[in-house]
Design a protein around this ligand. Structure first.
Ligand code: ZN
Length: 301
């Protein structure tokens, strides 16, 4: 199976590497002008597809300038070792807190495999970045040198404490700042998978993105949107709605797991993804969110 490529605008491509041989799980972005930037590399199992997709557009590995790793969660970055040896000249942009995971991903990979059951074996392994690639890792930049284009690397730590996003002019490559993939009663389910979801920071990230007055938002789960203000506002409203639901159910005496199961009954996925995986990921997000709400409540007392 090949990756699916869509040109979103001049020289900006969305690459869906068809994880689990289906579309809709994860979107990577490839920017060709004025520099060639691959935003997230995807998991190891689809690394060859991503390489073929970019070569099919006429670019060789040596021509890639930047590999931007938004954060080290497995579906975003597990293929870094393979992609970095192909893109042999590329600088590897990560947050300072991500660097140690690239050299030793074992702890993070273990956490993934214990949460995702049979899907863990379908996402491939996570090879550490080779020592010879380490000099290309850059973790201190606040922008990318792109000539006339305005670029900014923004810490968005609500989803994961080490997540960085990339603003290019009026576009934000927002990784997991929000997700449009799972909806419950038409409300967006946040990207709140444990353990690192931080409710107040997540809200702050969305407020920051809203204040940028963007004309495009590209997220990993899933796709590019030309109505970012609407989507971000929807995500903020959904947070309030979901928090209200969670607090009501907790007040009824339900445990976190029971609250999650009650809410999951209204789950919808867009685009439709494998039901079993969707159930696992959505439940994890809910558990992370519920724990986030409980933490905020206990800090208030
Ligand atoms: Zn993530």
């Amino acid at each position: 199976m090949d990756a699916k490529i869509e040109e979103i605008s001049d020289g900006v491509y969305m690459i869906d590497p068809c994880l689990f041989d289906s579309m809709g799980y994860i979107a990577l972005y490839f920017i060709t002008q004025p520099k060639r930037i691959l935003f997230d590399v995807g998991p190891s199992v689809t690394a060859e597809r991503v390489i073929h997709a970019i070569e099919g557009l006429g670019y060789k590995g040596e021509q890639i300038d930047y590999l931007f790793v938004s954060h080290v969660h497995v579906e975003h970055s597990g293929g870094i070792s393979k992609i970095a040896s192909w893109a042999s000249n590329a600088k590897i942009i990560v947050s300072p807190a991500s660097v140690r995971h690239l050299t030793d991903p074992s702890k993070m990979y273990q956490a993934y495999t214990s949460s995702y059951g049979r899907f863990a074996s379908l996402i491939g392994d996570y090879q550490p970045l080779s020592q010879s690639s380490m000099p290309r890792v850059v973790s201190t930049l606040s922008e990318l040198p792109l000539g006339d284009r305005r670029s900014r690397i923004i810490q968005c730590v609500g989803h994961a404490h080490h997540q960085v996003c990339l603003q290019l002019d009026g576009s934000l490559l927002g990784a997991d700042i929000l997700s449009t993939q799972f909806r419950i009663n038409d409300q967006l389910l946040p990207t709140s998978t444990p353990p690192s979801f931080n409710y107040p920071k997540y809200t702050e990230d969305l407020d920051t993105a809203l204040a940028l007055n963007l004309d495009r938002l590209m997220v990993s789960h899933y796709g590019a949107f030309d109505n970012p203000t609407e989507i971000i506002t929807k995500a903020l409203d959904s947070l309030k709605w979901l928090r209200h639901q969670v607090e009501s159910l907790l007040k009824e005496g339900l445990l976190a797991d029971e609250v999650a199961d009650t809410l999951l009954k209204g789950l919808n996925c867009t685009p439709p993804v494998d039901n079993e995986y969707a159930q696992i990921k959505a439940k994890l997000s809910l558990i992370g969110f519920i724990n986030g709400v409980i933490k905020v409540r206990s800090e208030k007392v």
